[in-house]
Write a protein that binds this ligand. Structure first.
Ligand SMILES: Cc1cc2nc3c(=O)[nH]c(=O)nc-3n(C[C@H](O)[C@H](O)[C@H](O)COP(=O)(O)OP(=O)(O)OC[C@H]3O[C@@H](n4cnc5c(N)ncnc54)[C@H](O)[C@@H]3O)c2cc1C
Length: 291
């Protein structure tokens, strides 16, 4: 049987060449416009009629939104920078290894060549792979509107599936990652090794001094309505000795922090169990240097 080819719904299309023009359009449409970056999420939703905007504002001609730079002690990644460019960037590899690991196991080369980091975050899927990595790196996002801008910690950005604190007139213009002092990693479990959405994903970050955890962050994806920090695990480890026993005990607390659903990819019970295993592996890697 041939798949039904559905045309896109009707909408106004704008392709501004400056951020100020795009912000003005966002203000004029008062929440009834959708931004287009790589389109790898949006175009599917348009075809399915999951969203029917009055206007689509294409960001692709705004060259000023595509950059990677290290300044003022932080890594700054422009909203329109493609995932491939981020993954291959030497400065991102050095300052944000967990982000590079997350992008490396996302989608396919073709998708990564189009897709953007801001698109992955603003789409706000509970399984967005870059989110746990950026959460443990303590990232923030810059949201800009015609009336000004604000910096929001990523930990406060997600509200629910496809919901964020971004206001209708705001455009995410950059992602900011402070220079880390410790090690970070990201581990994804999917139904295949590649080109698959996460059944569960865990990122971890640790700073270790004199054999003790001085800072520890753990974040999870695909196990709750939003990507989230595993705060109970973090509290249980901070100040504690780096040991197999402490890591194993703390990782089990992931089960309290998460609240997954059962869907076509996995059951809630499996997601819960496997998240604890992934947390243990990730924490060992960042604190004991294990592969
Ligand atoms: C085959 C396939 C496989 C995939 N595999 C994965 C995977 O393994 N892991 C994963 O996490 N995702 C995966 N995805 C999802 C998708 O590729 C990513 O979420 C991607 O990063 C989205 O970026 P984009 O630039 O294409 O976003 P778009 O589709 O252009 O936009 C997504 C949403 O974000 C909004 N938006 C975009 N840019 C901005 C901005 N600057 N400010 C405010 N709002 C903005 C748009 O309006 C839209 O609502 C997959 C998708 C496909 C089609």
């Amino acid at each position: 049987m041939e798949a039904e080819v559905r045309p896109l719904p009707r909408f106004e299309y704008f392709s501004p060449s400056s951020l100020s023009e795009a912000l003005k359009l966002m203000k004029d449409y008062q929440g009834k416009a959708r931004l287009l970056a790589g389109g790898t999420d949006l175009v599917i939703k348009l075809k399915k009629r999951a969203v029917i905007p009055e206007a689509v504002i294409d960001l692709n001609k705004i060259a000023a939104l595509s950059f990677i730079k290290f300044a003022g002690g932080s890594l700054h990644i422009g909203a329109l920078t493609r995932l491939t460019e981020i993954k291959d960037s030497p400065v991102v590899k050095e300052k944000a290894p967990a982000l590079v690991e997350a992008i490396s196991v996302m989608a396919s080369t073709q998708i990564r060549n189009r897709a953007t980091l801001a698109g992955n975050l603003c789409n706000a899927s509970p399984a967005a792979d870059t989110a746990p990595a950026l959460l443990v790196l303590d990232a923030s996002v810059k949201l800009q509107s015609a009336d000004g801008d604000r910096i929001v910690p990523l930990a406060q950005f997600f509200m629910g599936p496809e919901q964020t604190v971004r206001k209708p007139g705001e455009i995410m213009t950059e992602i900011i990652v402070p220079e880390p002092k410790g090690s970070s990693t990201f581990i994804k479990l999917g139904r295949r090794k590649a080109f698959t959405l996460s059944v569960a994903a865990v990122a971890a970050y640790a700073q270790v001094s004199k054999g003790k955890f001085t800072e520890v962050r753990v974040a999870m994806g695909a196990v709750a309505p939003t990507p989230l920090r595993a705060e109970k695990v973090e509290k249980a480890l901070k100040g504690k000795e780096v040991s197999e026993e402490n890591i194993a005990k703390a990782s089990a607390l992931v089960k309290i922090d998460c609240c997954p659903i059962t869907d076509v990819r996995a059951s809630a019970e499996y997601r819960t169990e496997v998240s604890a295993v992934l947390a243990k592996r990730a924490l060992r890697k960042v604190s004991m240097g294990e592969k």
